[in-house]
Design a protein around this ligand. Structure first.
Ligand SMILES: Nc1ncnc2c1ncn2[C@@H]1O[C@H](COP(=O)(O)OP(=O)(O)OP(=O)(O)O)[C@@H](O)[C@H]1O
Ligand SMILES: O=P(O)(O)OC[C@@]1(O)O[C@H](CO)[C@@H](O)[C@@H]1O
Length: 315
């Protein structure tokens, strides 16, 4: 069973536009709403592969009620923690050429009592979990050390932790030795405090995060592929993709594939890349099912392409 924790879940609204013109009323040609937030997406992908998952998330207001309803419709068991504030709505604008513009709200303010109830709910639901995946930004009210506390508590309960977050929350959690962290290129660069130009730079940065406490690093490098750095060594994988439709949630699909395949070693890395490649070929944040995966398109190697340039960092 994979338990996911999403402290700042979202309703993901996607609007398809004939064009994106600033300062005008834009009429959408299509729109959709998906249950969102990084851990929620991991649960969606795990459930799509018919594995057991429980999604822990604070839920509040009419948006929280709709999110709970959507999760139920997706067949995902939710452990919702009621909060006084309202669950956020994140908006994606899609232009005809496929360009995506995403607006993520800050999310509700979580009270100290709600924060404690969230930690208690994770503890109560973690019996029998193979992994706890803690994913996404922290809403207001949760201090940057909140994930560190969650990692420490989960390790005391004997459960492995995967952490996908960024900035101070990521750095603060390293000392508690998360079993795997999943930074993307931007998050990796931010964590080591310098821009990364090549896969070799990303490898060095991932090794530094291991020195700071991460037991392993699954670095997702967008179209470039993924690096898995473990005590036993590093591996790199990339998959052929015919046409990218939406990269929203591709990292979440990757993490779900990685954990479902055991969360360690080359086979899990290959599964992560197969899931990422499948996810980008699907619309919105639709998560791949086993039928969408093409393992034959994945190349996995211990021969790291050190000089391969990276993309996807904003200064
Ligand atoms: N443009 C692309 N072309 C091919 N594969 C891609 C592309 N973008 C993403 N992928 C695949 O999906 C994986 C995850 O993507 P990425 O590194 O962008 O994650 P992320 O930034 O965490 O995504 P998100 O936060 O939206 O879930 C990549 O490692 C790769 O396997
Ligand atoms: O604001 P955060 O928590 O960093 O990211 C939230 C989010 O962008 O991540 C998912 C895609 O990975 C979306 O479902 C959701 O809207």
């Amino acid at each position: 069973m994979i338990l996911t924790v999403t402290p700042n879940p979202s309703l993901d609204r996607t609007y398809e536009l004939p064009g994106l013109t600033r300062g005008t009323v834009l009429r959408a040609t299509a729109d959709r709403v998906d249950p969102g937030g990084k851990g929620v997406n991991v649960s969606r992908a795990v459930a799509a592969a018919a594995h057991r998952t429980v999604a822990v998330a604070p839920l509040g207001g009419p948006e929280g009620a709709l999110l709970a309803q959507l999760l139920e419709e997706h067949g995902i068991e939710a452990a919702g923690v009621p909060i006084a504030g309202s669950t956020r709505v994140n908006v994606t604008l899609v232009e005809p050429d496929g360009t995506l513009t995403k607006v993520n709200a800050a999310g509700p303010e979580i009270t100290p009592a709600e924060a404690e109830r969230l930690l208690d709910t994770v503890r109560a639901r973690s019996a029998g979990a193979d992994w706890i995946a803690c994913c996404g930004s922290l809403p207001r009210g949760l201090p940057p050390q909140w994930y560190a506390e969650l990692v420490a508590r989960s390790h005391r309960a004997g459960v492995r932790i995967a952490l996908d977050t960024s900035g101070a929350a990521l750095v603060a959690a390293l000392a508690e030795r998360p079993d795997v962290i999943k930074p993307n290129t931007q998050e990796l660069a931010e964590a080591v405090g310098r821009p990364l130009a090549t896969v070799g730079d990303a490898l060095k940065a991932a090794q530094e995060l291991c020195d700071l406490g991460a037991r392993s690093v699954l670095a997702s490098l967008g179209a470039v592929g993924q690096l898995l750095v473990e005590p036993s060594g590093a591996n790199f994988a990339v998959a052929r993709v015919d046409a990218v439709r939406s990269d929203v949630g591709a990292g979440d699909a990757s993490l779900a594939g990685f954990l479902s395949a055991g969360g360690t070693g080359r086979a899990a890395l290959s599964a992560a890349v197969a899931h990422g490649a499948a996810a980008v070929q699907l619309p919105g944040s639709v998560m791949p099912t086993p039928a969408d995966l093409d393992p034959s398109a994945v190349i996995t190697t211990a021969d790291i392409p050190m000089d391969l340039p990276l993309t996807g960092q904003t200064p």
